[in-house]
Write a protein that binds this ligand. Sequence first.
Ligand code: ADP
Length: 332
Amino acid sequence: MPQTAPPAAPAYAVEAIGLTKEYRSGAGRGPVLALDHVDLAIPRGSFFGLLGPNGAGKSTFINILAALVIKSAGVARIWGADVDDEPRTARSAIGVVPQELSIDPFFTPREMLELYAGFYGVPQAARRTDAILAAVGLESVAGAPARSLSGGMRRRLLVAKAMVHDPPVLVLDEPTAGVDIELRRQLWDHLRHLNARGTTIVLTTHYLEEAEQLCDRIAIIHRGRVVALDTTANLVRRFDRKELSVSVAQEVTAVPVALRAFDAEVRPYRELHIRYRPSQTPIAAILAAVQEAGLTILDLSTEESDLEEVFLALTSETARGTDEAARLMIGP
Ligand code: ADP
């Protein structure tokens, strides 16, 4: 058990209210507003994704929670404990897995976890070293020097290290950057398992697939501001874009007049491709227009937008992107 036990189950594992960070300028450079009044409440038990392009402010957010960066303004609470007023309690409730793979090559995984448990003041009787090693699939190499571990194993050892004091909140900064696909899936399984057992997980990623596969809620951060915050399913649904491909019997060289009102294009030479908003354009209206053009439909398929499109629209510099951002912030 940690020295100061975190309070029993609060509604939110992490809360940020007006969280702001301004880095002072370096030589000749102006100050950088890395976080600009961020309000974020991460529900207890959730698997939460913090998404955003490079420089968005994700690491700054995590580093404030990890007490590695001092905020300029606002409030941050971990498991109900204010990071300013109750720093020890806040720190005991969180485990942070950093991005870089810095591991002392001479210690074994078991020695390393014992060392960290000591560092966190976990009494011998309360240590769960073997259980943690098993939870991240490292029991077979528990006694091997860390230098002999593969990249994926090192990454899992860092996850294990962040868990020695049994924190209810686990935060991972880009956990699978540079990890190959198979190991990434293994790590995903471990994280899902931990989440199923009740650990709240917060991760930053710019692998959209990772966020879509793992996270139940997502915040998209752009230039220090939260530009979208919703369940993963809602975020994709709210984007309200679909693409319809229609194969026709006739050869088509230009978009028929009947279809000019739609965002349509010809794919040489027997396919029409139409982008539309399901909430505004019923698919039946498009199909009726295809028939009105005298075309015989042979086959059709639709494709929904995925998180990647949502992300690009929200963070792109184009006017269209800005419209999408505004619409998503307001909601459907
Ligand atoms: P992300 O993790 O989303 O890539 P960061 O939180 O690392 O974003 O960075 C947010 C902004 O703050 C960027 O403009 C970055 O250059 C700046 N920044 C980050 N750390 C520092 C620092 N120690 N000093 C000055 N500026 C920084």
